[in-house]
Design a protein around this ligand. Structure first.
Ligand code: AMP
Ligand code: MG
Length: 415
């Protein structure tokens, strides 16, 4: 198996008039500053939000030495060799506290219960034999065994989570474990969306000849909601300069970001770039990627602007590669890059001049995981994105063979 990802070869094959994907992402991120406003939220409402402040531990976790097992708390000096018999002097369940353990005795103890003073080990019950009020310890005992030490998870006063953390379920649990019931997060990002195209009709309406359903609305708005944005959906916009100017002005009024689909190419029916140039500023990036070459980026009023292409797969891919990192940065998240893994390719591919984002699915065979390619990779074939569980990245000019390593971005965690 060889890694055929060779940057020097990739650079040599890239189209000179198109901006490499990484440079385009870097330029967009450089233009974005996190929203300054914060709010205090109940911990239960904080999933997917970004911490605006560090969370510090007001207590140590665990708060006291406690048993990791159901068994018997003993002093190791009483059990230097196997077969010692000890009197069971007390019983300590989780939620209770015991008394000081006298020499030569044991405490029946359960998982999570505090280890009593005088005990320095817990013997699991499977190694013990209860006999009346005695227990025979059938093993030599080592100091500290089966004891969870106070503070071994979280030290008192330590930082539990840093500002910039996007809160996941396990993070909520961690914050709860130090007794905190509210968190300070960045406010929700306000994103205005609209969808250009005279051919567009909303689902539920009949289609006239030449019309299609506005699928991008559902893809894009749901992607935004899945990463915690407040969406102001301005709907379908006809392909006229006047309508595009109107909606753009309206969109920018109370948005941090205006995100659109369609109308960003250089066709006669593409008015988004022109409108943006008139009302704001445009950095038109023709990006060296497939799908999704035209992505308009700029500003309108106080809002950033990103115009994604119209093709449904291009919308999905360019959202994940450009809009998502930009949004995470605006939300104050410390980590904005998607996770890129390495996977065995299950297909041959002759790379073109542009960096390609192929829709693939992870499969398994006797040699482990590999990437299976969806057979129809057209930028209008939205089935490919629904079928796939991730994107394989093929750098410009790379020829991929079955068994080569390919970069893979899983959708899981992205949307
Ligand atoms: P455009 O970038 O406007 O030239 O659109 C490129 C292709 O994407 C055309 O085939 C459009 O019909 C299609 N398209 C544009 N907007 C949407 C949309 N909202 N939903 C589904 N397809 C769209
Ligand atoms: Mg169009």
């Amino acid at each position: 198996m060889t890694d055929r990802t060779r940057p020097s070869e990739a650079d040599a094959c890239a189209s000179p008039d198109l901006i490499p994907v990484d440079s385009a992402v870097a330029l967009m991120l450089a233009a974005a500053a996190p929203v300054p406003e914060t709010e205090s939220l109940a911990l239960t409402d904080s999933l997917g939000r970004v911490l605006a402040e560090d969370v510090s531990a007001a207590i140590a976790v665990p708060g006291y030495d406690n048993s990791a097992m159901d068994g018997y708390a003993v002093s190791s000096t009483d059990c230097a060799e196997a077969g010692r018999s000890l009197k069971v002097s007390q019983r300590i369940a989780a939620g209770q506290t015991g008394d000081k353990l006298d020499a030569g005795t044991a405490a029946r103890i359960f998982t999570g219960a505090p280890v009593p003073e005088g005990a320095d080990a817990v013997v699991m019950q499977e190694r013990c034999q209860a006999q009346g009020d005695q227990v025979i310890v059938n093993t030599a005992v080592v100091v500290g065994e089966n004891i969870r030490r106070a503070g071994e998870d979280i030290a008192l006063g330590g930082v539990v989570l840093r500002a910039g953390t996007l809160i996941r379920p396990q993070d909520q649990g961690l914050i709860a474990s130090v007794g905190q019931q509210s968190v300070t997060v960045r406010r929700k990002l306000k994103v205005a969306t609209f969808f250009t195209g005279d051919e567009l009709v909303e689902p539920g309406q009949p289609l006239a000849p030449g019309q299609i359903y506005n699928s991008n609305r559902y893809t894009l708005n749901a992607l935004l909601q899945s990463i915690g944005c407040a969406v102001n959906d301005l709907g379908i916009v006809p392909d006229t300069l006047e309508a595009t100017l109107d909606v753009l002005q309206q969109a920018a009024v109370d948005a941090d970001l205006v995100l659109t689909s369609g109308g960003v190419s250089v066709g006669e029916e593409d008015y988004v770039r022109v409108a943006l140039q008139q009302l704001g500023e445009l950095n038109m990036w023709r990006i060296n990627m497939k799908p999704g070459k035209p992505v308009a980026f700029g500003r309108v009023g106080d809002a950033l602007f990103m115009g994604l292409p119209g093709n449904p797969v291009s919308v999905f891919v360019t959202f994940l590669i450009f809009a998502r990192p930009l949004i995470l940065k605006l939300q104050g998240a410390a980590m904005t890059d998607p996770q890129v893994l390495s996977l065995r390719s299950g297909f041959d591919w002759d790379g073109g001049k542009r960096q390609e984002y192929l829709r693939v699915r992870v499969r398994h065979d006797d040699h482990g995981a590999y990437a299976e390619l969806y057979p129809h990779q057209g930028s209008g074939v939205l089935s490919s994105a629904s079928w796939a569980d991730g994107l394989a990245i093929i750098e410009p000019g790379i020829t991929m063979h079955v068994g080569d390593l390919v970069q893979y971005i899983p959708f899981k965690g992205l949307c």
